[in-house]
Design a binder for this molecule. Sequence first.
Ligand SMILES: [Zn+2]
Length: 90
Amino acid sequence: MTQQIPVLRVCISCRKTYDRKDLLKITKDYKQGIMLQKGMGRSAYICKSKKCYSDSKIKKKLQKALKTILEPEFVEIFEKEITSYNNYPH
Ligand SMILES: [Zn+2]
């Protein structure tokens, strides 16, 4: 019997460790730019805690973690994605 070992990642806001599948992944893809939940490159993770995703500094933290400037278009998509988290049953 093989045991599933969860991949753990740290939330960029609260710095707590979570199972990767419980986090929103933002990747700076080396070809396609900023992507959500996919892409290859430098990645940052945010947990589903309201305190983290509604953090007013989250964009700054994200930009620092990804070492990039986020386009307003992306910020809009990102905010939609992250607020829809609220609708998921926990
Ligand atoms: Zn968090």
